[in-house]
Design a protein around this ligand. Structure first.
Ligand SMILES: *Cc1c(COP(=O)(O)O)cnc(C)c1O
Length: 450
């Protein structure tokens, strides 16, 4: 594997431009002992080799997508200043860039008025959303599907709000009949709709949830941490498309630029439809908000210090890859989904495998065919290891009986779950590489099953 280094050429150029902004100051050049840095850095470089090859197309495992070169460059560029987007005092232009970049994300969801900002990630974004929910719906429970990210249950513990989960249907989407039964009992403050679950990429039936909202009145928070950007893709199933087409009707949206938005970790985003929720964030800072009457992002954000570099990286990435339907970024997302569909096709036509859910976004789940749940799980572990030995890196997921039993009535359930193989096809290159991915999986499977 060759790391992309060519783009580093323009980093020096960009830093020279940055430097000229401070020409009026007396000369100051921090000293550096490069030799001393070298030995520490080489030690780190050696240590970093102990990683799976996340940027390579044969890494088809966890929800890990390499940041784009432009994001890496812009992030590095801004580190020479290291702005803090808490207050304009700490990050004037990077705060403006954050406001612009976040407005572009809001526009992708068809919101022109909104309140939003970047944050550490999906956990933080969801926490802020549920915190506002708590303030607005006193005592009401948060309800999510049992396939929703585990962060919601924990965040509710932190916030001391009751959390309840409702089961999923056979497509791993929230079962709306079960939701309605729960709503009939009353005291639900907020329903969390997962717009792409982390395990299977299933999208909750938002249209039906919105219909229930008319009768029962509750807030809707969309957890689109992983799946949000797929609203731009042009190859979704009709029911998935319908859910995304109604996303603008929810009360808040969490989306992670560090999942599918080409950013390094530390870049989540929370958006609220009603800017008035800003009042809940109000606080007085004795230290910071002096430089300007304009909005300091720290006044509408739960975290205090935040990396301005994350905003600079996101802003610059979105310059190169605007969040528009039909654009290059949208096309790359569609390719990820096509890769998932292709892998699913190959798996379903090969008698050695069992599949259940067709991929709704770009995650595929499958297991080798076996008479018993325990044996299928054991074979998965073995294929996982054999594939890795051949340079194909997958992930595993425990899928509960309740989800698979409709699809696999033939399977003998001697345990309550099957350990499945799971693959997040988050790189557009996966589509071109699918033959090689399949070859490696084929060889590993033959080795284990014969
Ligand atoms: C990843 C993810 C989260 C958690 O986000 P982090 O950025 O890892 O904190 C929450 N919800 C969903 C659906 C996710 O995929």
């Amino acid at each position: 594997m060759t790391l992309e280094l060519k783009s580093l050429e323009i980093l020096h150029e960009a830093l020279s431009v940055l430097e000229t902004g401070f020409d009026s100051l007396p000369e100051f050049a921090p000293e550096v002992d490069v030799d001393a840095l070298r030995s520490a850095l080489m030690e780190a470089a050696e240590k970093m080799r102990d990683n799976q090859p996340f940027p390579h197309p044969l890494y088809i495992g966890q929800m890990i997508k390499p940041p784009h070169s432009i994001a890496r460059l812009a992030y590095m560029l801004s580190l020479w200043i290291n702005p803090n987007n808490h207050a304009l005092d700490g990050g004037r232009c990077s705060s403006a860039m954050e406001k612009e970049a976040v407005a572009e994300i809001a526009k992708m969801f068809e919101w022109s008025t909104f309140l939003g900002h970047l944050c550490g990630g999906g956990t933080m974004a969801n926490l802020e959303a549920l915190w506002i929910s708590k303030r607005l719906s006193r005592g009401g429970a948060i309800v999510a599907s049992d396939q929703a990210h585990y962060t919601h249950r924990r965040v509710c513990e932190v916030l001391d709000i009751p959390f309840e989960s409702v089961p999923c249907d056979s497509a791993a989407r929230m079962n709306v009949n079960a939701l309605e039964k729960r709503l009939e009992q009353g005291n639900v403050g907020t329903v969390v709709a997962s717009m792409g679950t982390t395990a299977t990429g299933s999208v909750d039936p938002l249209v039906r949830i919105l219909q229930l909202q008319e009768t029962y009145g509750f807030r809707i928070h969309a957890d689109a941490a992983y799946g949000g950007y797929f609203t731009l893709a042009d190859n979704l199933l009709p029911e998935t498309r319908a859910a995304y087409d109604h996303l603008s009707e929810v009360d808040s949206i969490a989306v992670d630029p560090h999942k599918h938005g080409l950013q390094p970790y530390g870049c989540g985003c929370i958006l609220f439809k009603d800017p008035a929720v800003g009042k809940f964030y109000k606080h007085d800072s004795p230290y910071t908000y002096f430089s300007s009457q304009d909005l300091h992002l720290g006044e509408i954000s739960l975290e205090c210090s935040r990396p301005g570099s994350a905003a600079v990286a996101l802003w610059t990435t979105q310059k190169l890859f605007p969040l528009t339907r039909g654009g290059r970024f949208a096309g790359d997302l569609a390719k990820c989904r096509s890769a998932a569909l292709r892998l699913y096709d190959l798996l379903t036509t090969d008698g050695r495998f069992m599949t259940a859910l067709p991929p709704e976004l770009d995650i595929v789940i499958w297991a080798p065919r076996a008479p018993r749940a325990s044996e299928a799980s054991r074979l998965c572990e073995a294929i996982f290891d054999a594939a890795e030995a051949r340079g194909l890196y997958m992930a595993k997921a425990n899928m509960p009986k309740s989800l698979l039993v409709h699809h696999r009535p033939d399977l003998e359930w001697d345990q309550e779950h099957v350990t499945c193989l799971r693959s997040c096809l988050m790189k557009p290159e996966h589509l071109e590489w699918m033959d090689r991915i399949w070859d490696a999986l084929d060889v590993a499977t033959t080795e284990v099953m014969s």
